[in-house]
Design a protein around this ligand. Structure first.
Ligand SMILES: [Zn+2]
Length: 89
């Protein structure tokens, strides 16, 4: 489990501005979390009525990470965020 603060810190360190989530099933635009000025917000700019219950903020970033059970996907996310797997308990 990782905390919202960890993601916020990594975003600053690695200058991450966008965390892609998936492609919109309707128009194919990449939907994800936009990071700007230390804030994370869900980007559904294509406006295809996606994810009204996807709450914005670092809590949802951590939630998306923590709910993942696929080890390959977790490894990808670790690499993206720059988390050191070996230090993870
Ligand atoms: Zn769309």
């Amino acid at each position: 489990m990782r905390t919202p603060e960890e993601f916020k810190r990594q975003a600053e360190v690695r200058e991450i501005t966008f965390w892609p989530s998936h492609d919109c099933s309707m128009c194919g635009a990449t939907v994800g979390t936009e990071i700007r000025d230390g804030k994370a917000s869900y980007n559904s700019s294509c406006g295809c009525g996606s994810s009204p219950n996807h709450s914005p903020g670092w809590e949802s970033v951590a939630e998306r990470y923590n709910m993942q059970r696929d080890e390959d996907v977790i490894a990808e996310m670790d690499e993206f965020w720059g988390f050191d797997k070996k230090k993870d308990a």
